[in-house]
Design a protein around this ligand. Structure first.
Ligand SMILES: Cc1cc2nc3c(=O)[nH]c(=O)nc-3n(C[C@H](O)[C@H](O)[C@H](O)COP(=O)(O)O)c2cc1C
Length: 236
C-alpha cells in the first residue's frame, strides 16, 4: 500500500512475505506520485529513490526472512536499478502492473503495462536476470489472462493477482486459472479465515491483503490460527 507499507509499518505484523511499497523508482514516477499526493492519495516520496528504496529494504530485512518490493517506474532502467539492489539482498522485485491512478498511467506505469504487454515482458525478463520477479496484476479487465500469465511465467517467479471483480468481490476462478500455470499470491477481499482459505483452495500459494489490515491490525494473528493458512509452503 503506497504511503503505508514501509519497513516500519510491515515490521508490526507476523507475515511470511512482507511486500514493501509501492515505491517510485525514477524521476517521472516520483513526479506522478507528487501529483497524486496533491489530490489526496497516499504516496511515498523519496528524494533519492534508489538509495531510499535500499534503506527501506535493509530496515525491513532486520525483521523478515522474505520481503518483496513493489515498484513503479516510467522506464525500464528504473526497474533494473531496483532489481540490482534486490539481487544484493535476495529480495523479490514486484513490478507494479496494477496501479490505475491516472498520473501513473500517463507515464506508462501500473496497469497500462497490461495493455503494453511487450514492454511488460521485456521489463520482467530483463529484471529476472538480477533477482526473482513478481508481477502484480489486476483482474476484471478485458485481457486474456491465461495467455499473458503463460508468457509472464517464462521469467516471473510469481504473479500477485488482485482478482478484483468490478463492483466488488474476488474472482476465485481467475486465481484458479492462473494458479494452474505457476506460483500465485491470491489477493482481493481477504478479511478472515474463510476468505483467505478460498484463495488457497483456488490454488494460490500465498494470500495477501491490504484493506483488512487497516481495519483490523490483528488480522494476521487471526489468520495464523488456522492450520492451513499457517502451514509452510514450497514455492518452486
Ligand atoms: C491505500 C492503498 C494503497 C495501495 N497501494 C498499492 C500499491 O502501491 N501497489 C499495489 O500493487 N497495490 C496497491 N494497493 C492495492 C492493494 O495492494 C490490493 O491489491 C487491493 O486493495 C485489493 O486487496 P484488498 O481487498 O486486500 O484490499 C493499494 C491499496 C490501498 C487500499
Amino acid at each position: 500500500m503506497a504511503g503505508i507499507n514501509n519497513s516500519d509499518f510491515v515490521k508490526r505484523f507476523k507475515v511470511g512475505l512482507a511486500i514493501l511499497g509501492g515505491f517510485n523508482a525514477d524521476k517521472k514516477a516520483n513526479e506522478a506520485a507528487i501529483k497524486s499526493l496533491k489530490r489526496g492519495r497516499r504516496e511515498f516520496i523519496f528524494e533519492n529513490p534508489i538509495e531510499d528504496i535500499e534503506k527501506e529494504i535493509v530496515s525491513a530485512l532486520d525483521s523478515y526472512g522474505r520481503i518483496a518490493v513493489n515498484v513503479r517506474a516510467s522506464s525500464i532502467d528504473g526497474y533494473i536499478n531496483v532489481a540490482k539492489i534486490c539481487s544484493e539482498y535476495d529480495v523479490i522485485l514486484e513490478i507494479n502492473a496494477h496501479c490505475r491512478q491516472p498520473e501513473f498511467l500517463e507515464i506508462g506505469a501500473g496497469q497500462s503495462l497490461l495493455f503494453n504487454q511487450e514492454k511488460l515482458l521485456n521489463i520482467v525478463e530483463s529484471c529476472s536476470k538480477y533477482c526473482e520477479v513478481s508481477v502484480k496484476i489486476r483482474g476484471g479487465l478485458n485481457i486474456d489472462y491465461s495467455s499473458l500469465s503463460k508468457r509472464l511465467f517464462s521469467s516471473a517467479f510469481i504473479l500477485h493477482v488482485d482478482a478484483m471483480i468490478p463492483g466488488g468481490g474476488a474472482d476465485y476462478s481467475l486465481i484458479k486459472e492462473i494458479s494452474a500455470l505457476g506460483n500465485v499470491i491470491g489477493n482481493n477481499s481477504v478479511k478472515d479465515i474463510n476468505t483467505a482459505r478460498k484463495m488457497v483452495e483456488s490454488g494460490a500459494k500465498l494470500v495477501s491483503l491490504a484493506r483488512a489490515v487497516i481495519k483490523n491490525e490483528r488480522i494476521f494473528d487471526e489468520l495464523l490460527e488456522d492450520d492451513i493458512l499457517s502451514s509452510p509452503i514450497e514455492v518452486i
